[in-house]
Design a protein around this ligand. Structure first.
Ligand SMILES: Cc1cc2nc3c(=O)[nH]c(=O)nc-3n(C[C@H](O)[C@H](O)[C@H](O)COP(=O)(O)OP(=O)(O)OC[C@H]3O[C@@H](n4cnc5c(N)ncnc54)[C@H](O)[C@@H]3O)c2cc1C
Length: 396
């Protein structure tokens, strides 16, 4: 058997979601040679299941003060909008902005809390109350007794985001199967190489200055293969609701209730046949929702709409659900950690953005922690390329 060819990259990135692809674009544009290895269609996992809300932290601050989470997030809407204008290291000009703001609507019993929050200095300039004459049709009814606020947090289309990010590193991205054609070579807590086997049986030993694990829920297994025990990974499950009906109006909104989490966060999308989809997360998709069967979750969804927005006609709508996990570093409290997470162990960088919105923040951290490369060489393998994954409503 011939000696394997050795290929050397500045950074090898394992993963294929927003974390891997955003960071790969940033490193490539900083002059590094990168290789991206994914084991599934791009964005499969969390990124294509995201609602696409580019949080600036206001949702997390409704309790009254801006928290760690909200400070980390504050710059993100402008970072994403700049990328969508083609300014900056990541070019998202071809991606779709679904809406440049969200509406925050309150239930009648929480109006004073909401009005107090939106009047506070902390949020001035990032939100405002919506005058009654500007209410969109869905709230423009005497039956709606709450108030409406506009928050300047855009909503993007995750499918188009992943598609555009993938274009920027298409030549650097490969599909691998760890049971067939890829093997991690470990030396202590370092990765010494990834051995890639090509269809003709020849091997390539892929070495790198550093290996970035940005594989979402896949990081857990990769860390245990390398023998890294700290950080460890937590999963926080969600059970999202999907309502599909022709002609549903646009609704990009956060409902404010009495609890710390919004009862419902709704975004509007279109499936591959052009039908309108409301995608619903928030408290309804968290623990109690996760414990429900799909049928029970749909009943809970119908009940909350009947209670909060009874005038909305959902007769004849298709209802279904999507289950999945958010993957993050273990916090010990079961909560989401503040900010994007990055930790170096030897030549391994372990990353979880913890939010789609925080991908730019994660890439900044990786770039700061990286020796500048000056290689523009694209490394070639005889391996397949990954396809783009699908949104939850377009999955088979
Ligand atoms: C229902 C839901 C709604 C959300 N809504 C929002 C929102 O509105 N706004 C927001 O900011 N955030 C949101 N999030 C969070 C956000 O989606 C995630 O934080 C983000 O997408 C994580 O990106 P990632 O690249 O780390 O992981 P993923 O998107 O899960 O990608 C990981 C990728 O790595 C690849 N992979 C896995 N294992 C391996 C392996 N062993 N080898 C090679 N490749 C591997 C897979 O192909 C996968 O595509 C939401 C999350 C969920 C679940």
């Amino acid at each position: 058997m011939n000696e394997p060819r050795t290929a050397l990259a500045d950074t090898v990135i394992v993963g294929g979601g927003v974390a891997a692809l955003w960071t790969a674009n940033v490193l490539k544009n900083a002059g590094q040679s990168v290789v991206v290895l994914t084991n599934s269609p791009l964005g499969a996992g969390q990124s294509l299941a995201a609602q696409g809300v580019i949080h600036g932290g206001l949702k997390y601050a409704v309790g009254g003060k801006l928290t760690d989470s909200s400070e980390e997030l504050a710059d993100m809407p402008e970072r994403w909008l700049a990328a969508m204008r083609g300014e900056g290291p990541v070019d998202l000009r071809g991606a779709d902005l679904l809406c440049d703001h969200q509406l925050m609507w309150s239930l009648p019993n929480v109006i004073s809390k909401t009005v107090g929050f939106f009047g506070s200095k902390a949020v001035r300039g990032r939100s405002g109350s919506v005058p009654r004459e500007d209410y969109p049709p869905i709230f423009d009814t005497a039956e709606y007794k709450g108030k409406l606020f506009r928050i300047d947090e855009p909503v993007v289309d995750p499918v188009s985001i992943i598609r555009e990010l993938a274009k920027g590193v298409a030549d650097e991205t490969w599909l691998v199967d760890w049971n067939q054609n890829a093997a991690l070579k470990v030396d202590g807590e370092n990765i010494s190489a990834i051995q890639l086997t090509q269809p003709d049986g020849s091997n390539v030993r892929l070495e790198a200055g550093q290996f970035l694990l940005a594989a979402g829920a896949g990081n857990g297994e990769l860390l245990s293969q390398i023998g890294i025990t700290e950080p460890s990974m937590q999963r926080r499950p969600l059970h999202q609701l999907i309502v599909r009906k022709k002609g549903l109006p646009n609704l990009y909104s956060v409902c404010v209730g009495t609890g710390p989490k919004p009862p419902m966060v709704t975004t509007t999308h279109h499936d591959s046949e052009g039908r309108t989809v409301w995608y619903i997360g928030g408290d309804i998709a968290e623990q109690a929702g996760v414990a429900r069967s799909e049928a029970e979750q749909i009943e809970a969804g119908k009940a909350i709409f009947a209670k909060l927005l009874p005038w909305v006609d959902l007769e004849g709508a298709d209802w279904f659900t999507w289950r999945g996990d958010r993957a993050e570093p273990h916090t010990g409290t079961g909560d989401r950690p503040p900010g994007a997470y990055l930790k170096r162990v030897g030549n391994v960088l372990i990353a979880w953005p913890t939010k789609l919105a925080l991908a730019p923040n994660l890439a900044d951290q990786v770039l700061r922690d990286t020796e500048g490369g000056d290689s523009v060489e694209t490394i070639q393998f005889d391996l397949p390329r990954p396809d783009l994954g699908a949104a939850p409503w377009d999955l088979p």
